[in-house]
Design a protein around this ligand. Structure first.
Ligand code: NAP
Ligand code: MG
Length: 411
């Protein structure tokens, strides 16, 4: 067996919860540590540790990504009422992904992982659709409140001199006796020109570097100031900085209304980058991932404008499978997205530190997953979809062992 591959800079390793935590340890043991002298700075983002540190650990992990440049994160629980009871939490902690995104800023790129034999639900889709999600602001940083009957809601902007401008949002009151007074809800959201511009540049750089068209859509016919600002900033940056580079790469920037865009996406062949506002990206990435086969066949990376990278799986902690695992039953959980997160992080570390062996290893790790599936060995989610002639549904660990065999065979 050849010597293990050396690393210079540690990866920021963020462990997580439930089934994905089980997979995390197995991936390291079976697929990485036999080949790489792994160096990581470890942060445990599992819910008990977030409770113990009052979520300080999440912030420290994000700071570490800023220090070292590359992180890899396991799926984590975002607590709701049930989780607060289950874990005896003193607070309903925010989503760790939300906290990390708010600290790093940037754009999340999500691309489906294609393997022969796994056919998308949309038969026209031949190539991957990469979703670029603006990971800043909008409803993820909202301020919301209930409005009691009879309340008046206003938007107030005070400029640097304290001069106020007011806009009526809604009067929760009967008008001309036609309606009875009613209570309701109000929310305030924001974004910044700086963040929108960084989003535009991240998408355009990615389009040029991967030679794929860039599509973007918002609801600017209805949201004539908020969404319109996104459209205008994209266009201005494209005209001033990217038009020549897009032409040279033989690619296009295409803007249309979001409704029209979703219709075109369905009819397309794929093979482009779809820039999405924060909420659109959240929702559409799950739809696109599922349509390509499985939530677990999606890679995800947060690229910050300052050049930091955070790799993760796009799915959650797969609680239903974890309950089975705890009861001693076999599980068939797909680990591909978690393996891709590690592979992406190691590849990027190899690239930044000029370690070609590490970079190659990251690529081989991805190939080992695809080869395993293409040889007919797969977890239950893919088994249901696969058109492979001789296919075999295996448990969580067997898939990893098979992928490790492919990796050994490459060496
Ligand atoms: P989920 O963990 O993504 O799982 C939903 C369902 O999708 C599973 O029950 C399973 O379907 C299928 N699935 C997802 N990943 C799979 C995999 N790797 N292999 C096979 N099947 C897979 O979503 P959830 O159940 O809504 O959320 C569970 C927890 O994850 C929540 O506490 C949530 O807060 C958290 N979450 C975290 C992240 C993150 O950290 N990035 C993202 C989303 C959710 P079947 O049961 O039908 O097999
Ligand atoms: Mg989501």
């Amino acid at each position: 067996m050849p010597d293990k591959i050396k690393m210079d800079t540690p990866l920021v390793e963020m462990d997580g919860d439930e089934m994905t935590r089980v997979i995390w340890a197995n991936v390291k043991e079976l697929l990485i540590e036999p080949f790489v002298e792994l160096r990581t700075e470890y942060y445990d983002l599992a819910l008990p540790e977030r409770e113990r540190t009052k979520d300080e650990v999440t912030i420290r992990a994000a700071e570490a990504v800023k220090e070292h440049g590359v992180g890899v994160k396991c799926a984590t629980i975002t607590p709701n009422d049930e989780r607060v009871k289950e874990y005896g939490l003193t607070q309903m902690y925010k989503s760790p992904n939300g906290t990390i995104r708010a600290l790093l800023g940037g754009t999340v790129f999500r691309a489906p992982i294609l393997a022969k034999g796994i056919v998308p639900y949309i038969p026209t889709w031949k190539k991957p659709i990469t979703i670029a999600r603006h990971a800043y602001g909008d409803i993820y940083k909202n301020t919301e409140t209930t409005a009691p009957e009879g309340a008046t809601a206003e938007l107030i902007i005070a400029d640097a001199n304290g001069v106020e401008t007011r806009r009526l949002i809604h009067r929760f009151a009967a008008e001309d006796g036609a309606n009875s007074p009613t209570s309701g809800v109000v929310q305030g959201i924001y974004n910044t020109d700086e963040s929108i511009a960084a989003f535009a540049r991240a998408c355009m750089d990615y389009a040029v570097s991967t030679r794929q068209d860039l599509w973007f859509g918002t609801k600017d016919t209805i949201s004539k100031i908020y969404d319109r600002r996104f459209r205008d900033i994209f266009q201005k940056i494209y005209d001033a900085e990217y038009e020549g580079r897009f032409k040279a790469a033989g690619i296009e920037y295409f803007y249309t209304l979001i409704d029209d865009l979703v219709a075109r996406v369905i009819r397309s062949e794929g093979g482009f980058i779809w820039a999405c506002k924060n909420y659109d990206g959240d929702v559409m990435s799950d739809m696109v991932a599922t349509a390509y086969g499985s939530l677990a066949m999606m890679s995800s990376v947060l690229v910050s404008p300052d050049g930091f990278y955070e790799y993760e799986a796009a799915h959650g902690t797969v609680q239903r499978h974890y309950i089975k695992h705890q009861n001693g039953e076999p599980t068939s959980t797909n680990s591909v997205a978690t393996i891709y997160a590690w592979a992406g992080a190691l590849t990027k570390r190899g690239e930044l530190d000029h370690l070609p062996k590490l970079l190659d290893f990251g690529q081989r790790l991805k190939l080992a997953c695809v080869k395993t599936i293409e040889s007919g060995v797969m977890t239950g989610d893919l088994y249901a979809l696969s058109r492979a002639e001789r296919k075999q549904k295996v448990d969580t660990e067997t898939f990893l062992i098979e992928a490790a065999e492919h990796l050994h065979a490459f060496n």
